[in-house]
Design a protein around this ligand. Sequence first.
Ligand SMILES: Cc1cc2nc3c(=O)[nH]c(=O)nc-3n(C[C@H](O)[C@H](O)[C@H](O)COP(=O)(O)OP(=O)(O)OC[C@H]3O[C@@H](n4cnc5c(N)ncnc54)[C@H](O)[C@@H]3O)c2cc1C
Length: 384
Amino acid sequence: MASATTFRRPAPEGPAVTRLLLIGGGHAHVHVLDAMAKRPFPDTETTLISPYPRQIYSGMLPGWIAGHYTIEQCAIPINLLAERAGVRFVQTACTSLDPESKQAHCLNGEIIPFHFASIDTGPTADLGNMPGALEHALPIRPIEGFVNAWQGVLERAREQTSGFRLAIVGDGAAGTELAFAIQHRFSCERIKHGQITLIGGGKQPLSGFPERLRRTAATLLQQHGIAYLSDSRAIEFLPGAVRLADKTEMASDLCLVVTGAAAPAWPADSGLACDDSGFIRLTSTLQSGSHPWVFAAGDVVAYEEARPKSGVFAVRAGPVLADNLRAACAGKTLQAWKPQEKALYLISTGRRHALAAWGPLSVSGEWVWRWKDRIDRRFVQRFS
Ligand SMILES: Cc1cc2nc3c(=O)[nH]c(=O)nc-3n(C[C@H](O)[C@H](O)[C@H](O)COP(=O)(O)OP(=O)(O)OC[C@H]3O[C@@H](n4cnc5c(N)ncnc54)[C@H](O)[C@@H]3O)c2cc1C
């Protein structure tokens, strides 16, 4: 399906080279870099900015925690991927964009001009303005922050022989998977005194997933000795405790916050059209609804047809984004894209076992883990 959008190349009045700026090294942008490495964009000078030289693949993070993978096996070296693609890599974060004058402002003070920009920075942790979250809790995002903190968490758990209480706030796919992974790691490390509590707002974890899968997850949590606190909502983090909506306080040595995805503030502050939650509004060609020379993909966007925040959609958007950026830089027509309606969810349960859901269908077993392992390893190896 071809859209009406066609860009006129900046030449002949403008500069001979088109400046493309990639903001964030997320799932869609690794595809763009890979596409550029295979077939360079003609007459285009590209810069990638991202705060870390690698991209930890979140799908493998629980496997790293469980001890199945090294961190290197879960990481895509985006600096090397950029080098291979002939792209300048700047290790910094975008703090604001001036979409009218076409400049990006970075944390390191650099101001980068562009003709076209593409944003794939992912979400931030949804801390829901909960008091004490920044001081007394550990958010899962940024993932590098969590990765840096994890060894310290393990050491505390090993040393605190009087019992180490870990609360995980958020019983969606990521929170539930992390609860299983941490419990598995504790048992491998013989941390017998570790007590994990998963806190969620429903009767069972994994709201929105098929009923059968939710029942299986609840049974497995019980079998693995992970407590599930149902119908509960954290409202405040205190030193050594989490306060719940019913005003009770639950003692915990560490609170891990996995409550979902929030939008970073800077895209809306920069004047890009965003939805009420601050996610960038997109057209079907992955262009900003307000500034068509700005493209975006992944969890930072609100697609025309709403989709859950999930790496699957960021990955699937990658090839279309690459094609459309190439077309935009060459002054050609862009393609429209519609995210698929259903996505495959694979949720590991600590040991080499996993649950899978596709729409209303669900299965579980060790073979599901092997399937997930193959998909995940292949994804990372493709870009490494
Ligand atoms: C524990 C866990 C497990 C998960 N498992 C799965 C799974 O199995 N399957 C699945 O589909 N989804 C999974 N998800 C969800 C998945 O992580 C997200 O949906 C996915 O990461 C979104 O991809 P993205 O490309 O939008 O952004 P990201 O993957 O978050 O990448 C964004 C990149 O941009 C960089 N960046 C951030 N801010 C800036 C800035 N201001 N300037 C420049 N660069 C910036 C970041 O450092 C990062 O490199 C999981 C999430 C978690 C927390």
